[in-house]
Design a protein around this ligand. Structure first.
Ligand SMILES: Cc1cc2nc3c(=O)[nH]c(=O)nc-3n(C[C@H](O)[C@H](O)[C@H](O)COP(=O)(O)OP(=O)(O)OC[C@H]3O[C@@H](n4cnc5c(N)ncnc54)[C@H](O)[C@@H]3O)c2cc1C
Length: 612
């Protein structure tokens, strides 16, 4: 089974991306150029990624004491991806980009995520460079971002520390000015960093000439104390190897040392590291090194204290990317289990007189329960892919255009980002579990790929803001910001879809159900907050996230289904069935989720520890 028809349908028939070239930024593009990008990525994913997905799972990164060793296939995949131009696809022509709409870039990247999610880590490199294009100085763009876009350097995102994961205000990495002339460095105000960064993906390897770490750290106040809270956090570029103002390596190794590799449940093709900054393993620029010495050299990005604000640029991008990865892992499991179900004979149908053992067995796809599990996967994964591309389209709509439309797109994206990340992380993982179930015992072995998809996908509810943190972001911030304008705009889009669907007799019940679900979400939002302390309102934030996510996917599916008209093809029939499945089997769950939100049910929050 091939992903391309689904991508083509969503891009062209549903989202009409071929209309984007009427915006000045995309004027040189057309369906032909979009198709050429999709063709290239599909081919590279098929040739350089998919065949090695199991290999990178079994041959984990190894540290030989000096270097991290990765399979040759990972080097080949990295090279092919960089050469495709995808690292800078959305960037301006002047810096070698293609000015490709982000919607098309995201769709093209879906092929890689489905083929082998962990062999490539391009998302971090382009996210890192994209951040520098917005918040970096001209010199930082030229010296660091440009070489990341070409693939010569790769990038990381260094937020987490052993004691500071969800709570980034507690980071303890310190940055102190490097000498009296620290502000005179052409690469940016120069600091010395000391501290530990945990869980850093692609933190050490030999895939690229250099690794550009973007590091959150605190600049101590005049008394040498770290400022509590996120306001004290600043952002620094810390290259593994130092460079000059032309981006050439100076031959000096910066003091960033690998303390150890993390051995993960899945996603094993990507190195994951504990890094020590400024421990003195690589004393740099000769002033002694060591914890009491000079530290790793880092260059300030933006203003002191603005670190987290700058980093959100990369984190928001990464959240949509994580959602897309979760979606495509779900989709990979769906395709694998569909193929298996079409070929596995097992059991016989029950007729009026019971089962006739003399008749041949049927293939399991003929059993209603297997069809249920396939349709659930399709509804979760294709719905999530449609949402991811819808969000990507909102990114493109922020290119003027007119400022009011751009602002609407921005607000909608703010509200939808926690869903684009969390819905697939939870429900496309569930899809992977169903794919294992369809395989029966074989699904529980390493002879079939579905167990790896599940293990790889299990990460997505954890990184880039855990499920719980996303939920609190949604209920505690996103639906409240600008006096609830984001939620209101989303509601308007849902109402418009319901009106359009209502005009077709086939979708009247679903249109009513969507309006009802939206009403329940809005009401529960108000009730959760009515006169409540934040701790009470947010105690059931995860059920709120689940209900919100299901309402969003129900809206997306109705919009997709209504766009099909009377199209008789099997693909359209499948999409209509996935929509109906979601409304009949999934959407009714929101009642239970929202009831504990609206009543601020204290069952969990108030249980004393001793009672567990
Ligand atoms: C494979 C992998 C790759 C990663 N890559 C990177 C990377 O490249 N760069 C990077 O900086 N980080 C990375 N991370 C780190 C990741 O973002 C953190 O693991 C995540 O933010 C959670 O932090 P933690 O592990 O310390 O868990 P904790 O923050 O300790 O959370 C533990 C549990 O407590 C819950 N919890 C925490 N605080 C609250 C609260 N206030 N209210 C309610 N519940 C709460 C959480 O939801 C979670 O369920 C990666 C992690 C993994 C596993």
């Amino acid at each position: 089974m091939n992903l391309r028809p689904t991508v083509d349908f969503l891009l062209y028939d549903w989202l009409k991306v071929e209309r984007l070239p009427c915006r000045a930024r995309f004027a040189d593009h057309s369906r032909e150029t979009f198709d050429a990008v999709l063709d290239t990525c599909e081919r590279i994913a098929r040739e350089k990624y998919a065949p090695f997905n199991r290999l990178v799972d079994t041959q984990e990164p190894q540290f030989d004491g000096e270097k991290v060793i990765l399979p040759q296939a990972t080097h080949d995949a990295y090279k092919a991806y960089a050469e495709s131009g995808m690292l800078s696809a959305a960037q301006d022509y002047e810096i070698g980009g293609m000015q490709l709409p982000y919607t098309v870039e995201a769709a093209a990247n879906a092929f890689f995520a489905m083929a082998s999610v962990s062999i490539g880590s391009g998302m971090l490199t382009s996210g890192n460079a994209n951040l520098l294009m917005v918040h970096g100085s001209e010199m930082q763009k030229k010296v660091f971002a440009a070489h990341e876009f070409s693939g010569r350097f790769s990038g990381t995102m260094c937020l987490s520390e052993p004691q500071a994961g969800s709570s980034l205000s507690d980071v303890m990495t310190r940055a102190t000015p490097d000498g009296a002339d620290f502000e005179a460095d052409p690469l940016g105000a120069r600091y010395r960093l000391r501290g530990h960064k945990m869980w850093i993906s692609s933190g050490e390897h030999e895939l690229s000439e250099n690794i550009i770490h973007l590091v959150l750290a605190k600049i101590p106040d005049a008394n040498g104390q770290l400022v509590p809270g996120v306001k004290g956090i600043s952002l620094f570029i810390v290259p593994k190897k130092l460079v000059d103002t032309e981006g050439r390596l100076t031959g000096e190794r910066n003091d960033v040392a690998l303390a150890g590799l993390n051995h993960k449940c899945g996603w094993r093709g990507t190195t994951n590291t504990l890094l020590n900054f400024g421990e003195g393993k690589y004393p740099v620029r000769g002033q002694g090194g060591g914890w009491d010495g000079t530290g790793a050299i880092g260059y300030l990005v933006g203003q002191p204290g603005d670190g987290l604000k700058c980093m959100f640029h990369m984190m928001n991008e990464a959240r949509i990317g994580v959602g897309m990865a979760a979606t495509m892992l779900g989709m990979a499991g769906y395709h694998a289990s569909l193929d298996y179900a079409k070929n596995r004979p097992q059991g016989r149908p029950s007729g009026a007189g019971g089962k006739d053992a003399s008749r041949p067995q049927v293939r399991i796809i003929e059993h209603a329960d297997i069809k249920r599990m396939l349709l659930a996967q399709k509804a979760y994964c294709e719905g999530a892919l449609a949402l991811a591309l819808y969000c990507a389209r909102l990114v493109d709509e922020q290119h003027p255009g007119n400022a009011a439309d751009a602002d609407v797109a921005r607000l909608l994206l703010e509200v939808l980002t926690p869903i684009a990340k969390s819905f697939p992380s939870e429900w496309c993982l569930e899809a992977n579990s169903l794919a294992i179930q369809i395989h029966g015992g074989y699904g529980y072995t390493r002879d079939f790929p579905v167990e790896q998809y599940w293990r790889d996908n299990r990460l997505n509810m954890i990184h880039e803001g855990t499920h719980g943190i996303q939920a609190m972001d949604l209920l505690g911030r996103k639906v409240l910001m600008d006096n609830g304008r984001g939620l209101q705009l989303l509601g308007e889009r849902m109402q418009a879809t319901a009106t359009q669907a209502q005009a077709q007799a086939a979708w009247g019940a679903e249109a009513d159900a969507l309006r009802d679900a939206l009403g329940q979400v809005v009401q529960a939002t108000q009730q959760a907050w009515a006169g409540a302390e934040p701790a009470q309102a947010l105690a059931n934030a995860v059920p709120y996230l689940q209900a919100f996510g299901h309402t969003v996917i129900a809206w997306i599916w109705l919009d997709v289904a209504a766009s099909l008209g009377d199209e008789p093809s099997p693909a359209a029939q499948g999409r209509r069935a996935a929509c109906r499945y979601f409304y009949r089997y999934e959407l009714p769950k929101i009642g239970a989720w929202l009831s504990v939100v609206a009543s601020r049910d204290p069952t969990c929050a108030e249980l004393p520890e001793e009672a567990f």
